[in-house]
Design a protein around this ligand. Structure first.
Ligand code: SF4
Length: 219
């Protein structure tokens, strides 16, 4: 006879895979072997954050896409190229930023015909499982401003009730810190690529990024 506990879903959690100490490189090496949730099973590799280790601004997306999964770097696909342009238009130097994702493995389904891998949104459990890596990155980089790109990143950082559609573009205090550190939520650049009115959607993204740029300028 099965016990009630047998019906419980297995716990997903990256915590046992985190190193006890070390810098970003140590965390990146450890994340390569994370088995904190099932997403590692079908993905090519862990896509850890990249960029300036003491960046003043960190940009957080949802999860790696197809190109990121193959290349092992965040924001190198079509959405990443659009983000590059938006950052330049908002006068944020991508070269001095740090870019990462809320979830470090690519989640996808395979199209019925062909081999095309189609993005599938991570569940709340998978986002929660991967959150220790994101928290570790933010603790190590200690940015002044974090930009949450899309609902998944915003919820990972600001809680499940946060609504990007309602509160995007506002400079909010970073939860869990006494220091003057801020977070700005906006849409994910992939949403611009899917928008009916791309021009307006792009202008909205740049406008939100300018809020982060002004915070970095102290104005
Ligand atoms: S998605 Fe995150 S928690 Fe899940 S296996 Fe990958 S690194 Fe670990």
């Amino acid at each position: 006879m099965s016990r009630p506990d047998d019906t419980r879903a297995p716990a997903y959690d990256a915590t046992p895979f985190l190193p006890r100490d070390g810098g970003l490189d140590a965390y990146r090496r450890a994340a390569a072997n994370c088995r904190g949730c099932p997403l590692y099973e079908n993905a090519t590799q862990t896509v850890f954050g990249r960029g300036e280790p003491s960046a003043r601004v960190v940009l957080v997306g949802e999860q790696p896409g197809d190109q990121e999964d193959r290349q092992g770097e965040p924001f190198v696909g079509p959405a990443g190229r659009l983000l590059d342009k938006a950052l330049a238009d908002a006068e944020i130097d991508r070269g001095s930023a740090y870019l990462t994702n809320a979830v470090k493995h690519f989640k996808f389904t395979v199209a019925e015909r062909g081999k095309r891998r189609i993005h599938k949104a991570p569940t709340l459990r998978e986002v929660a499982a991967c959150r220790p890596w994101l928290c570790a990155e933010l603790d190590l980089v200690r940015p002044e401003v974090v930009v949450a790109l899309g609902a998944t990143a915003a919820k990972a950082l600001l809680g499940g009730s946060f609504r990007v559609t309602k509160d995007r573009g506002s400079l909010l205090p970073m939860p869990g810190t006494d220091e003057e550190r801020y977070i700005v939520a906006t849409v994910h650049p992939s949403a611009i690529l899917r928008a009916d009115d791309r021009e307006a959607a792009y202008a909205g993204l740049v406008s939100d990024l300018r809020v982060a740029a002004r915070a970095l300028d102290g104005s």
